[in-house]
Design a protein around this ligand. Structure first.
Ligand code: MN
Length: 232
């Protein structure tokens, strides 16, 4: 048996302090998972529970620690937004996982950016159409090195921040997640069978906004360090 086209190797995200890589299987994202962000997007978080969407695995752009990622301004948008997010990665598969066991399935954590063509996302939202062109485009998911939970523990709290050219744009705390990491994993596993290699972007706090070529984004989560991205 031979493949008629050689398959791409999986995207490999560095594991901090090692030469190991975490092979990405699927990318899940949580929408509207911080109260203040749901409000800034025009929703009442008390009536609108968070929900899931996906990005392709090869939308992930791994960032090695210490470096600055150059990210090209994408096509077909005039409103290219950053979203700072805590990312949890799955190391043990399962379905219908109970909340109290959910963190046993989380292998580690990383800092991620859910880059968004906000104009296209909003247009699709208004038309009741899928979000893919606004959310799931090429290189839309920069992701920093993975910190094993065995080293940093599980993240139920900790600062989340994002600056553009040194000016603070997002400043929140993981403890403000509407659905915690454990609750998110448990709920997601009702709809999809989770497997090692799955990556979950847990949602962004308030303060999302646009960037343009030449801007430098710095994004961080307490205990996981900070990443730098230059938009070109
Ligand atoms: Mn997001």
């Amino acid at each position: 048996m031979a493949f008629i086209f050689p398959p791409e190797a999986p995207v490999g995200v560095p594991v901090i302090g090692t030469s190991d890589r975490f092979a990405v299987r699927r990318v899940y994202c949580v929408g509207r998972n911080y109260v203040a962000h749901a409000r800034e997007m025009g929703f009442d978080p008390d009536r609108e529970p968070p929900f899931f969407f996906c990005k392709p695995a090869d939308a992930i752009v791994p960032i090695d620690s210490g470096g600055t990622l150059e990210l090209a301004y994408p096509s077909q948008t005039q409103n290219y937004h950053y979203e700072a997010e805590l990312v949890a990665v799955i190391g043990k598969g399962g379905s219908d996982i109970a909340v109290e066991h959910a963190l046993d399935h989380v292998w580690g954590y990383a800092v991620g950016l859910d880059m968004t063509r906000r104009d296209l996302q909003m247009k699709m939202r208004e038309m009741g159409r899928p979000w893919e062109i606004g959310k799931a485009f090429d290189r839309s998911a920069p992701l920093g090195p993975i910190h094993p939970a065995s080293a940093v523990g599980h993240l139920n709290s900790g600062a989340v921040w994002l600056t553009v050219n040194g000016v603070t744009k997002q400043k929140s705390d993981v403890s403000y997640l509407i659905w915690s990491v454990a609750e998110t994993v448990a709920d997601l596993s009702k709809y999809f069978g989770l497997e090692p290699g799955d990556v979950i972007y847990t949602g962004t706090p308030e303060g999302v906004g646009a960037v343009k070529a030449g801007d430098v984004i710095a994004v961080g989560v307490e205990r996981l360090g900070e990443l730098k991205v230059l938009v070109v």
